[in-house]
Design a protein around this ligand. Structure first.
Ligand code: PLP
Length: 405
């Protein structure tokens, strides 16, 4: 892997100062920073070949369409999907989950059916299912978690029944950084003939994700959390499901033939891509994936593990700091609270030191309810962070504690 100085030089924003202090960016779970190559790619689309895709016969449109389809192939290969037809571009993980919740609900869900999610989910993997359940008369069942924040598999097995029509779970909890036992969850669901959607929004950027090895039926993620542009996302679906599901949006490009009497739909994946797609975003995402491959995904995972171990050790040595999610199966995210100090105060003081952390419920209110708290401070690290930055965070936290004591 490139050395850290060169890696950091790839991300221009990391030179920013906040309140006169060098930016220490520990909010990668919310969104990641962009390498120069991604910024250049998006700029190049607008500078050199901006034209609507799949519509024109002119050269610019051809070029934009070709680059867009190349990006689809890069996504396919990155998550090891079998076919490009199984890769649908959306605006993000949220819209991918909503698409499945709507289309799957319309096609397969009836009164009394059940959907299983876990207690660790982001609101994006809760609310669309609640909406679907309300529309279709189905019930939402929730896999509980233990005091470490790990899901209780035994309880999950008990929830699975002939009424279960779909399981939707996160690959990694955004609030606590815990990695879920996705493979076991999928195996059990499949042995009951139930398909599984995996929300990879916090998983895909931290190592190698292989949807074939998972054997998941749907997989979703957002471009902006994997060093790509905002407003682009991915929905992977096994062809057998995507072929069966009705489109969730109608409009240009998703159709084959339109008359007032009857419309027929385009082939996969275009059936699910209505209207002008975010092609600069998709092409930029392709560049982001190339960039990660050039660093090596195993290298990224190893480096982030080093950061997690160092940070866990450093922060857990601070008196009065409590880490939530004590599981050994984690990505490089630490969620914590300081005794008698509100998370917003901690976050605001750290910001004055140039440290960006996330505070609040992290769009995972049920996780906070489970622990009887109204939020945490979350430091989410990635491969461009350094041990020195973790030390600086540690010193910053000690400063917060001393200000309140
Ligand atoms: N799922 C998880 C686990 C997340 O962490 C997030 C965002 O934080 C989402 C879904 C939603 O992602 P987006 O807002 O990019 O659609």
């Amino acid at each position: 892997m490139k050395d850290i100085t060169h890696i950091r030089a790839d991300f221009p924003i990391l030179k920013t100062k906040v309140y006169g202090k060098p930016l220490v960016y520990f909010d990668n779970g919310a969104t990641t920073q962009k390498p120069q190559c991604v910024i250049d790619t998006v700029s190049d689309v607008f500078t050199s070949y901006n034209a609507n895709i799949h519509r024109g016969i002119h050269s610019l449109s051809d070029k934009a369409s070709e680059e867009y389809e190349k990006a689809r192939e890069k996504v396919r290969s990155f998550i090891n999907a079998g076919k490009r037809e199984e890769i649908v571009f959306t605006s993000g993980a949220t819209s991918s989950i909503n698409a499945v919740a709507f289309s799957f609900g319309e096609r397969f869900i009836e009164n009394g059916d059940e959907i299983i999610i876990s207690h660790l989910e982001h609101h994006a993997n809760i609310v669309p299912w609640q909406m679907m359940c309300e529309r279709r008369g189905a019930k939402l069942k929730v896999i509980p978690i233990n005091d470490n924040g790990e899901i209780i598999l035994g309880e999950y097995y008990k929830l699975l029944s002939f009424k279960t029509k779909l399981v939707a779970i996160a690959q990694v909890s955004n609030a606590l950084g815990i990695i879920l036992p996705v493979k076991e969850i999928i195996e059990a669901a499949h042995s009951a003939n139930v398909p599984v959607l995996v929300d990879g929004a916090q998983g895909v950027q931290h190592g190698v994700t292989d949807v074939c090895a998972f054997d998941c039926d749907f997989y979703v993620f957002s471009g902006h959390k994997i060093y790509g542009p905002t407003g682009i996302g991915v929905l992977y679906g096994k062809e057998k499901w995507l072929a069966e599901l009705p489109p969730y949006q109608g409009g240009g490009d998703m159709v084959e033939n339109v008359t007032f009497e009857k419309t027929t739909y385009n082939e996969l994946p275009f059936k699910f891509e209505a209207g002008t797609m975010n092609f600069p975003g998709a092409i930029g995402l392709g560049t982001a994936l190339d960039y990660l491959l050039s660093l090596g995904r195993e290298n990224i995972a190893a480096r982030e593990k080093e950061l997690l171990d160092y940070a866990t050790n450093r922060l857990s040595g601070i008196e009065g700091l409590h880490i939530y999610g004590g599981s050994p199966f984690k990505i490089s995210t630490i969620s914590f609270l300081l005794n008698n100090i509100h998370q917003y105060d901690t976050g605001m003081i750290l910001d004055k030191l140039g440290i960006a952390v996330r505070t609040g419920t992290h769009c995972a209110q049920p996780v906070m309810d489970r622990f009887g708290i109204d939020g945490t401070v979350r430091a989410s690290m990635c491969f461009y962070n350094t041990i020195e930055e973790i030390e600086y965070l540690g010193t910053g936290i000690e400063k917060v504690i001393s200000m309140f004591s």
